[in-house]
Structure formats: C-alpha cells, structure tokens
Ligand binder design. Sequence first.
Ligand code: SAM
Length: 297
Amino acid sequence: MSDAGQWFAEPPIRGWQQRFQVRERLFVGDSPYQHVEVLDTVPFGRMLTLDGAAQTTEADEHVYHEMLVHVPLFQHPTPRRVLIIGGGDGGTLRRVLQHPVALAVNVEIDELVVRAAREHLPGISAGAFDDPRAQVIIGDGAHFLQETELRFDVILVDSTDPVGAAKALFSADFFRSARRALAPGGLYAMQSGSPLLQSAELAEVARALASVFPSVRTYLASIPAYPGVLWSFTLAARDGALELPPQAELERRLAASGIQTGYYTPEVHRAAFALPAFVAALVRGEPRVAGHPLPGR
Ligand code: SAM
C-alpha cells in the first residue's frame, strides 16, 4: 500500500524491491481483478499501479508504448486493422492511432483501470479512447480472440505479468488463437518481461511462441520505472521470416507518418533486436545461461 507523502514499495520480486517517494495518492480502488492505484510520485510523476506493481508513469510511458507499438507498426508495410489486448491506460491505443490505421480494437478486462486512467492519467491516452477509429471493449482478450471473426494486421498484447487474468495471455493456446486472427503478413507483439528478473517467463514465452509462429524475435528497451530497467518485447510473424526493414525504409515510413517520438528511432528499431549474449541464450532455451548478471536466474 502507498502512504501519501512518504514511500510506496512494490512487492519484492526475487529479492529485488523498488520504492518510490510519493507526493499524493490520487486514486485507490478494487475491481474483481486487481487493486488499482494512481500515485503522484517524485521521480516519475503520476503512476498507475496494479496489485502494487508499477504499470506506467507519466515520465517514461512513452518508452514502453513507443517500443510496443512503433516497432511492429513500422515493421509492417501497411498496418490498417490493429487489435490491442490489455492496455487499459490507453497509452498503446494512443500510439496506434498516430498511424494511419482504419481500426484499433482495444480489449481490456478491467473497466476500473480505464476509468482511473481517464480521470487521473489523461495525458497517457490523450483522447485516444474517443477517437472514431477506436473500439474499446471491456472483456477478456483470450475470449475475444476465440470468438472474433475479424482479421488484424497487427495484434499487440499490453498485459500485466502472467498471473491472474493475464496468465491466459501467455499460453500456446492463446498464441494459436492470435495467429488465427492475423491477416496474411500479420504481426504479433507482446511485452515479455524482465530478462533479468523474469528469465524463466521470457524463455517460456519465446519457446511457446516459436511452437506457433514461424519466426519469433525478442527486442529490448530501457524502461526506468521497471525493476532492473532492461525490458523485453517479443515480435512474431504469421508467415515467413522476420527480416528487419532497411534503415532507409524505416526512415521513410517514420517521416511519412509524421509521428514525433521521444525514444523510438529507425536506428533504435534495428538495434533493439541486437541481444546481449545472455538474453540470446535465454530465448534459445539454453538451460544454463552463462553471463546472466543476476546469478542463479
Ligand atoms: N501499459 C502499461 C505499461 O506501460 O506496461 C501496463 C499494462 S496495462 C495497465 C495491463 C492491462 O492488462 C491491465 O489493465 C489489465 O487489466 C489488463 N489485462 C490483464 N489480463 C487481461 C485479459 N485476459 N484480457 C484483457 N485485459 C487484460
């Protein structure tokens, strides 16, 4: 729990715990899925927490959302129909709508997250929920994918860590239903956790995705508010091999979009897939990963 004007501590993860100095507790609520808070913190400004874990902050949300969205949407030559699962704060939806998409469907299981974010973190969604191209559905993303007849060019999973309602979003069954819902040439991307503190989860995501998709690649970004800062995303192609577009082509696509970014660049797009040796070993499924900075991970 947070104490307004004092310190908020996240739950420890494998002996690692983060604390943030708090100016004010702006929102506290409980939904059938999780405990929801919005805090005004000294280092990161306003922060959404779910079950005590930092989810997104005013100061660094652009890093996570630009890398979850712009890498797949500039990787795909013509993304027109995009599905977002999770992302109740609206940051992913906002970045998707910066692209010339025709439709962005956002399936979020917890309406309390949307309500708290719209009221206390309006700068993250910045009006995205009211964009005529957006369809916001309150529901389980796994169920939506099993039922939908729609076909998407890109599917983005912006979920909490693989516990509770989000656990289903990390299974091979879910990945199979996602691949079925992709149009030819479609791409799937998800946040896949900390290579430092969630090594087993990342390795399992890579293994399970590779059992469903013909080509899977992990990429990285540095997200200050997350434990260990280094964070992973995983991109998968419905058909064929995932070749990164040439630098010049990525530059053309970014220029044509007119999108202003604070973290993503065509150079970062390509460099994000250059993995440190221990991460490459992790996603190859090597049991003993030499060089992991946290022994015993
Ligand atoms: N976008 C933030 C970030 O920068 O990391 C955090 C992710 S967002 C707040 C995670 C969302 O996934 C939560 O709002 C949670 O309710 C939602 N979620 C978890 N399981 C889900 C499911 N099965 N279907 C739809 N949404 C789900």
